[in-house]
Design a protein around this ligand. Structure first.
Ligand code: ADP
Ligand code: MG
Length: 406
């Protein structure tokens, strides 16, 4: 049996027309000799009647501080409705299909509601269905606790994670992520109209792009696929374009040639909104105090990013909803600090940038020529990021996309 996993996002299952397009993709896979396992997200985006946000809103209307257990169970309804509707659609077209909750599909998680981690997947039920020629239509984004059958959710973008984890557990030939764009692009096409589709990109680069805000795929899903070395495709439900292949190789990589700075040594530009930057005055004479500061933040469960540390100063960014909590922790330490709200982060990602001189110069010049002030930079050998004021974020993405000739 040649198993593949086909995941369909919210817009791909939102309308009857879209669901027929999904049916065509499933039928095509069967024709090509594959046994597909279908994974679905909740139908539609924000505002749609059964979309995740609508379900959250409906429960919060009743009780703002509802238990996380009930919130997870409520959110799971979105995918349950979607999987039933999709299975019914496939059945209507003569395809033998069965809707399954995450738990029924064997996805066992820990009990961290809202951000559960998959512990293991019992594939025997799925294999039996596939052997009987039945297409499983699995609810994405959800699992079940091992001993007490509670519904759990895997966090935003979790259906991608479900698909990758099922692909790994089933030793699938590949995993297909179907969405409303034709692949992973050099930037979010909602911002850069001329963004190009990447034919092939490495797991590591996609992970960097996703972690830095490219929401086309969830970073955890890519990590799982990378761990099992399963190829992933990102494709459109609504076209026959070949999409983007994600594997361990970047296209053009390993050909031994020198990569000239202007010939797209970058793979893409990503951006993140809704950040706040903290700058803290440190006393060079008191190193321990600085260390304690980060322990205090960690103990408070605050995740800090973009960390720069020097003798006299520490800089980092947090997501806006964590600002109040962070201020409380800092106030308790007595450090003097400044808070810069309304920030965003723009990042250029590319494994071919590694060791190429002049990359930082291109980056800085691109932003400077648009009069965009850099509040801080952070870089690794494959990513350069800058914190900028949020009002310049879109312009910064466009400027870097152009400067790196993407
Ligand atoms: P789905 O509901 O199918 O999971 P998402 O909304 O999660 O879809 O992801 C698809 C969206 O990701 C696209 O509509 C696009 O606006 C956005 N996106 C952001 N960055 C990129 C990128 N680099 N390439 C492609 N799409 C991107
Ligand atoms: Mg998504």
């Amino acid at each position: 049996m040649k198993i593949i996993v086909q995941k369909f996002g919210g817009t791909s299952v939102a309308s009857e027309e879209a669901r027929v397009a999904v049916k065509n993709k499933v039928q095509q896979a069967i024709r090509n000799g594959y046994s597909p396992v279908v994974v679905v997200s909740a139908m539609g985006r924000k505002g749609a009647p059964y979309a995740t946000d609508t379900l959250i809103g409906a429960l919060k209307d009743v009780n703002l501080s509802v238990n996380v257990r009930e919130m997870d169970m409520m959110m799971c309804c979105g995918e349950i409705i979607s999987s039933c509707v999709m299975a019914a659609t496939l059945q209507k077209f003569g395809i033998n299909a069965m809707a399954l909750t995450g738990g029924q599909a064997g996805i066992i998680t820990d009990s961290q509601f809202g951000a559960a981690r998959i512990k293991n997947i019992n594939t025997s039920g799925l294999i039996r269905l596939l052997e009987a020629g039945i297409i499983p239509v699995v609810c994405g984004f959800q699992g079940m606790t091992e001993n007490n059958y509670k519904f759990t959710t895997l966090g935003r973008g979790g259906s991608d994670t479900s698909a990758a984890a099922l692909g790994a557990a089933l030793k699938a030939d590949f995993v297909e992520i179907y969405t409303d764009v034709e692949g992973i692009m050099t930037a979010d096409p909602r911002i850069v109209e001329k963004a190009n589709i990447l034919q092939q990109i490495s797991y590591a680069e996609v992970c960097q792009m996703a972690q830095n805000g490219a929401k086309v795929i969830h970073p955890r899903a890519v990590e799982i696929a990378m761990g099992s070395n399963i190829p992933m495709y990102v494709k459109s439900t609504f076209s026959d374009a070949p999409g983007t292949l994600i594997t361990s190789e970047r296209i053009g990589q390993g050909n031994g040639g020198e990569i000239a700075i202007n010939e797209s040594c970058a793979s893409g530009v990503a951006h993140l909104n809704d950040l706040a930057q903290f700058r803290i005055d440190l006393n060079p004479q008191d190193i321990t105090a600085g260390r304690n500061l980060f322990e205090d933040l960690a103990d408070a469960g605050i995740s800090v990013g973009c960390l720069n540390l020097s003798e006299k100063e520490a800089m980092f960014a947090v997501f806006s909803p964590d600002v109040e909590h962070t201020c409380k922790v800092l106030d308790a330490t007595g450090f003097k600090y400044t808070l810069n709200e309304g920030c965003g982060k723009v990042s250029v990602v590319g494994s071919a940038m590694r060791g190429v001189p002049g990359i930082m110069a291109t980056f800085v010049t691109a932003l400077a020529s648009h009069n965009i002030a850099i509040l801080q930079t952070v870089d690794s050998d494959t990513t350069i990021s800058a914190i900028v004021k949020e009002e310049y974020l879109v312009e910064a993405v466009k400027a870097l996309h152009e400067a790196f000739k993407l």
